[in-house]
Design a protein around this ligand. Structure first.
Ligand SMILES: NC(=O)c1ccc[n+]([C@@H]2O[C@H](COP(=O)([O-])OP(=O)(O)OC[C@H]3O[C@@H](n4cnc5c(N)ncnc54)[C@H](O)[C@@H]3O)[C@@H](O)[C@H]2O)c1
Length: 342
């Protein structure tokens, strides 16, 4: 059994803790949260008695094999660096970080760490069966050469205005969240995964109309240029009055096939102008598929292989959107760095 400690016990961590119990390949042995009430409540709810206020105190424990990090977006860096320095496998929630300087510190920590450690990033859409099927279509070449992709994160998050942390008095969501990063990196991660391309350049626009309580612009739209010539568009809106549109408004255009949400047109070859229409058949999963995501990380540790979304892959999805936020703010076109696994 892999012994796991959790840092940051908010609603996202609870989903992961419950998944660990269902998957049955690990033992959740310790919790850390700076909020003593949350820590106490979670300890009682899950029967976990080793409770720590500082990430360092949890990470130093020699019997803990792996650390699962679920602090708010701006607070991943400190537990991430501590966990790797103490030789723990890590799962870190997306976005990997909230600023480019934070992500560079995390890349430096990952490069300095034991290369056998498995670091997974929580880009959970990769575990949705619909997107797994679309990825298989792309990877098998059935869509031909992919030249344009779209995906959106359009989510009514207005309720976050009432979620001020009672312990710190801070609402990180209103104060520090960047929609194109926190939300938009989910579809961008899918588009990178589907296209097999790396982002090299980005520009975009934003406005601040629908969710005035947020400090950042709540409507952010970015265009990404990929190294293979493909173009990807992502819109991140936090103030729509409807819930999320289906399939993240996904669209993929290739020289032999097109995906528009769950509809797929597949040509026999590039000269075939009468493609057959098929539907994505995969199971529709409501909510977050935490179980396969957690199982993949635990299996990666047990089998000594990379997780499906390993650190450098996830960091590249996050950094492209962090630079997108900068490009939007500066009304400029900016180059995006890429982090190679060494
Ligand atoms: N993959 C997904 O689909 C998905 C879904 C929801 C949230 N998330 C991500 O999960 C993370 C957590 O989200 P949430 O909504 O549960 O946040 P939250 O703010 O509700 O919970 C975060 C917890 O971390 C604690 N914390 C903050 N700094 C800490 C520190 N330095 N050490 C220890 N504890 C600390 C806070 O007290 C709080 O209890 C975010 O990065 C979010 O973007 C991902």
């Amino acid at each position: 059994m892999i012994r796991v400690g959790f840092v940051g016990i908010g609603h996202n961590a609870i989903g992961h803790i419950e998944a660990h119990r269902r998957v049955g390949k690990s033992e959740v042995v310790a919790f850390c949260d700076i909020n003593p009430d949350r820590l106490q409540q979670a300890g009682e709810r899950f029967g976990v008695s080793r409770l720590y206020r500082l990430a360092e105190e949890l990470c130093v424990q020699p019997d803990i094999d792996a650390v699962s990090i679920h602090t708010g977006d701006p607070f991943h860096v400190e537990p991430f660096v501590a966990a790797l320095q103490h030789g723990k496998h890590v799962l870190v929630e997306k976005p990997v970080a909230n600023t480019v300087s934070q992500i560079e510190m995390m890349v430096a920590a990952a490069r300095a760490a034991d290369p056998r450690l498995k670091i997974a990033v929580g880009y959970i859409l990769r575990f949705n069966p619909v997107y797994e099927q679309i990825h298989a279509l792309c990877a098998s070449g059935q869509l031909g050469r992919i030249y344009y992709l779209e995906g959106d994160y359009i989510h009514n998050l207005l309720y976050q205005a009432n979620q001020t942390d009672t312990h710190t008095g801070v609402n990180w969501y209103l104060e520090m969240e960047k929609p194109i990063v926190g939300g938009g990196s989910h579809p961008l991660d899918l588009l990178r995964w589907f296209s097999g391309g790396e982002v090299v350049e980005v520009q975009g626009y934003s406005n601040h109309v629908a969710f005035p309580a947020m400090k950042a612009d709540d409507c952010q739209v970015a265009l990404f240029r990929l190294h293979n010539g493909a173009i990807a568009k992502v819109a991140a809106l936090y103030g729509p009055r409807l819930a999320m549109p289906p399939f993240n408004n996904l669209r993929i255009y290739g020289t032999r096939g097109t995906v528009e949400r769950e509809q797929v047109a597949l040509a026999k070859d590039e000269g075939d102008v009468h493609p057959s229409l098929v539907q994505i058949e995969a199971e529709r999963v409501a909510g977050h598929p935490y179980d396969p995501e957690v199982a993949d990380w635990l299996d990666a540790i047990a089998e000594d292989r990379l997780p499906r979304c390993d650190f450098y892959d996830g960091a590249n999805s996050t950094v492209a959107t962090l630079v997108a936020a900068e490009a939007i703010a500066q009304r400029a076109k900016l180059l995006v760095p890429g982090y190679a696994r060494r």
